[in-house]
Design a protein around this ligand. Structure first.
Ligand SMILES: O=C(O)CCC(=O)C(=O)O
Length: 245
């Protein structure tokens, strides 16, 4: 499990057994079905992900417990320890699926570019603030394209132009340093949200992303405590330090 700190990502093939995946898959399907019923207009307009599976009422307490037990299991904890220098905290969950329109273009970005920070602030922040995605695909998918090492390194000029649509470039333009990581059911891709990356759509993808971040005041502002486990659920979990406890 080496390489994350230098490269900004970690690809673990065949990490989960079929048994482990099946246990959460039915909950993800249930959430997605309800989300689609209530958010059809956003899906029509191009939305390709939902979030906050552990808040709201699409899932019941039993479903949420199963999801939290998956998130806090020792096996994932072992990766978390190699990725973060200090114990991180749980940020949220997301589901990624294909956009309705098969022609819709993907977009290179760093998650941090949407936080309202200036470019100068972002350059500093990628050195000392971390949000990490654990992508867990339910199906074979084309995966994520990323630029290794950019979790700590700033863009080349053409990369900055592409993700910010400058000088005639558009965010879906190909980038020379891009590396595609295709994924299969059972695999995990751990990657820093600081990195320059984009999703590759197609193959009817359906992936759970679990996000963790540094337990520091700047990041705690982004946490919605409604996504955290209830007292009753916490009693059934290990590794509760992931919730700052
Ligand atoms: O899979 C995608 O469509 C994009 C994923 C992504 O950009 C992210 O997780 O931050």
């Amino acid at each position: 499990m080496t390489g994350y700190k230098e490269q900004g990502y970690l690809y673990l093939e065949n990490f989960f057994s079929e048994f482990e995946i099946v246990r959460i898959e039915k909950n993800l399907d249930k959430f997605h079905q309800k989300w689609m019923e209530e958010n059809a207009s956003y899906y029509e307009k191009g939305l390709l992900n939902s979030h906050s599976l552990t808040s709201g009422n699409y899932l019941n307490e039993e479903d949420k417990t199963a999801l939290f037990q998956f998130i806090t299991q020792d096996k994932l904890q072992a990766i978390i320890k190699t990725v973060f220098s200090e114990t991180p905290i749980f940020l949220n969950t997301q589901l990624f699926f294909d956009p309705k329109n098969g022609e819709q273009k993907n977009y290179w970005h760093r998650d941090i570019q949407y936080t309202g920070m200036s470019v100068e602030e972002q350059k500093v922040a990628i050195g000392n603030q971390n949000v990490v995605h654990f992508r867990i695909p339910m199906r074979k998918e084309s995966g994520i394209e990323l630029i290794p090492k950019t979790h700590r390194e700033w863009d080349l000029p053409e990369e900055f132009e592409v993700r910010n649509s400058l000088n005639g470039a558009v965010p879906s333009d190909d980038l020379k340093r891009g590396k595609v990581i295709g994924l299969n059911r059972g695999d995990v891709l751990v990657f820093s949200a600081n990195m320059i990356h984009r999703g590759i759509y197609g193959q009817n993808r359906f992936s759970l992303d679990v996000l963790f971040c540094d337990n520091i005041p700047q990041m705690r502002n982004f946490i919605d405590r409604n996504n955290y486990p209830s007292k009753e659920i916490l009693e059934n979990l290990d590794n509760t330090e992931l919730f700052g406890l």
